[in-house]
Design a protein around this ligand. Structure first.
Ligand SMILES: [Zn+2]
Length: 262
C-alpha cells in the first residue's frame, strides 16, 4: 500500500515528544510522503527543521493561513515571499479564506489570498487552499486568476456536489480526510459522483481524526481508515485507492526528489 498525506501539521507541539514514533507508524501504514502546510512565521523554523531532519518523507509548503491574517499580515506576507524566493517549496499553503472564526479581517484575507495565488503562479507551484465556510468565495477567487497557470487542492473539502464540480472544473483536486468517515456528513454521497482521479488524501493532523480515532490526536498513519472508507464508497480495493490518490498527489506536486533538493 502506498499513501501520501497531502496536508499534515506534523511540526506542531502535539508531536514534539514522539515524532519519530509517529513517522514510524506512518511508514508502517504505507505513507511514503507527508506535505507540511505552513501557518505563520512563528512556526516556520520548526516546520523547516522537521523537513531537514526527515527530507525523505517530509516536504514543506510555505504560506500564510487565513486564520492568521491580522494587523501584521503585510509583514507576514513579506516573510512568505522572502522564503519562496530563497528555495524550492512543494506548494504555497495553506492559504485561502476562513469565514467561520474571526470576521474582522475579511478584506485582508482576500488581499492575502490573491497575493499568494499570484506567488504560486510566479513560482509555478500548486496551492493548498483552506476554505472554511468560504468554499464558493475561494472558488471565485481561483476562477478569476485561473489562466491555466494555477493548480492545487481544496484541502479538507466537505462541500456540496455543485461545489465539488466547480473545483474539478478549475483543474483542482479535492483533499479528503477524516470528515469522510463522520456519520451524518454528506461527503460520501457527493464523492460517489466525483471520479477518483480528482481526489487526494490528507489527515490535517493533529486535527480531524477519522472514526474510530475521532477526538484523539490525528496522525498520518490514520490515512488507513480514510482509505478504507473511500474503498467502500468507490467499490475498489484500498490498494487501488492508495495507488490512484498517490498518482494524483504526484501529479499535483510534480514530485521529483531532485526538484525538492535544496
Ligand atoms: Zn491545515
Amino acid at each position: 500500500m502506498t499513501l501520501i498525506d497531502t496536508h499534515c501539521h506534523l511540526y506542531v507541539e502535539e508531536f514534539r515528544n514522539d515524532v519519530e514514533q509517529v513517522l514510524s507508524n506512518a511508514r508502517q501504514a504505507g505513507v511514503e510522503r507527508i506535505y507540511l502546510p505552513a501557518i505563520d512565521s512563528t512556526e516556520h523554523d520548526v516546520l523547516l527543521q522537521l523537513e531537514q531532519a526527515h527530507p525523505e518523507i517530509c516536504i514543506a509548503m510555505m504560506g500564510l493561513h487565513p486564520c492568521y491574517v491580522k494587523e501584521n499580515y503585510e509583514e507576514e506576507l513579506r516573510k512568505v515571499e522572502d522564503w519562496l524566493g530563497r528555495r524550492k517549496f512543494a506548494a504555497v499553503g495553506e492559504i485561502g479564506l476562513d469565514f467561520y472564526w474571526d470576521r474582522n479581517y475579511d478584506a485582508q484575507q482576500y488581499e492575502a489570498f490573491r497575493r499568494q495565488l499570484e506567488l504560486a503562479k510566479q513560482y509555478r507551484i500548486p496551492v493548498s487552499i483552506h476554505s472554511r465556510n468560504a468554499t464558493l468565495e475561494c472558488i471565485k477567487e481561483v476562477k478569476a486568476l485561473q489562466d491555466g497557470g494555477l493548480s492545487g487542492v481544496f484541502h479538507c473539502f466537505s462541500g456540496s456536489y455543485e461545489l465539488a464540480k466547480e473545483v474539478v472544473k478549475l483543474g483542482f483536486y479535492l483533499g479528503i480526510g477524516g470528515v469522510v468517515t463522520y456519520k451524518n456528513g454528506g461527503l460520501p454521497e457527493v464523492l460517489k459522483h466525483i471520479p477518483l482521479e480528482h481526489i487526494v488524501l490528507e489527515t490535517d493532523a493533529p486535527y480531524l481524526s477519522p472514526v474510530p480515532y475521532r477526538g484523539k490526536r490525528n496522525q498520518p498513519a490514520y490515512l488507513t481508515p480514510i482509505t478504507e472508507k473511500l474503498s467502500d464508497i468507490y467499490g475498489v480495493s484500498p490498494e487501488e485507492i492508495g495507488a490512484i490518490t498517490t498518482a494524483n498527489a504526484n501529479r499535483l506536486f510534480q514530485y521529483h526528489p531532485a526538484s525538492i533538493a535544496k
